[in-house]
Design a protein around this ligand. Sequence first.
Ligand code: UT7
Length: 356
Amino acid sequence: MTAAGVLRAPAAVGGARILGVGAYRPSRVVDNHELAPAIDSSDEWIRRRSGIATRRFAAPDETLVAMAAAAALKALAHAGVEPQSVDTVILATMSHLEQSPPAAPRLARQIGAAEAGAVDLGAACAGFCHALAVADGLVRSGHSRYVVVVGSERMSDLVDPADRGTAFLFGDGAGAVVVGPADTPGIGPVVWGTDGARSTVIAHSTPWTALRPARPSADHPAEPRADHPAEPPADRPAWPTLRMDGPAVFRWAVAAVPRIGREALAAAGVGVAELAAFVPHQANVRIVDAAAHALDLPPHVAVARDVTDAGNTSAASVPLALDRLLSEGAVAPGGLALLVGFGAGLSYAGQVVVLP
Ligand code: UT7
């Protein structure tokens, strides 16, 4: 029995930390020469303006859930955590093209965590860092013991191959981490926020509702057809693809990322000299370099530049870059990494983490 109006809460634990990391990169490598003709561009321009040399595009069977599951299973193996011990699965994505059902329950089932709580989280390119903060809170508060956090994207489904501002920028892939309990905090306080006044700088060309068949009205009475009741009107607009005011986002990002980074470092009580790695969202290598310069990172800090051959993989980019730094031995387990996600919303989230 508890006192009236006072609920039981789980016992909090000392901290949470990342226990394992995993990645999945689709097999098809797409170089700039393949994309350039449709956007009247060149390999030279794309490399100079974005730093991107190649990216991966998923095949039909490399679904968002299949890629997420492959990354999550690697992260679980790295963590030494059995799938059936997972309490919660959080899938950060902006390219799951079904309003319902969410993708996370299928992901949970595919990795053998069929009874876990499982939710999709939408914060575009900042989604992974948001999801990591939620996982940290769940584990530290004692609500979940093990949380799988995945960023998985098929940006090639959203991008118009003829759009000069985005066609060369985005790529597909998935990255995952396992978060579990620790004696002391291994995930620093999150610094997050939004600027909804600038929601149109990265947005779809048209809303999905534009694809809906016209509703019956007095002028256009319904003519139900048993064989194809939802036939779209002949003047149906094209598939809504992603559009971006690149220069506006660029200007925002080069100012915002160092500020978010400094605030996340201060919140965790960490100085730049203590960092082993800087892993910002992989939007453009010029943004990565400008932020690293503004943060005045000492030379020993490894700076993630996975964008050069992954492209911008939105919510997957931070865990993909993290996985690469660890697997290539650029950083050692136990080191500190500063993560910063940013993108459509506008949304951002950053935190300092102890590497697994
Ligand atoms: O992940 C979410 C967050 N996203 C980002 O952070 C992306 C931020 N933005 C960017 O990374 C950059 O804005 C881009 C890489 C998308 C574009 O680079 P930019 O340096 O901002 O180029 P711009 O759009 O200012 O265009 C510069 C020039 C223009 O020509 P003029 O006016 O200087 O003659 C464009 O018409 O390049 C031209 N241009 C192109 N040329 C060849 C624009 N797109 C292309 C293209 N190929 N694809």
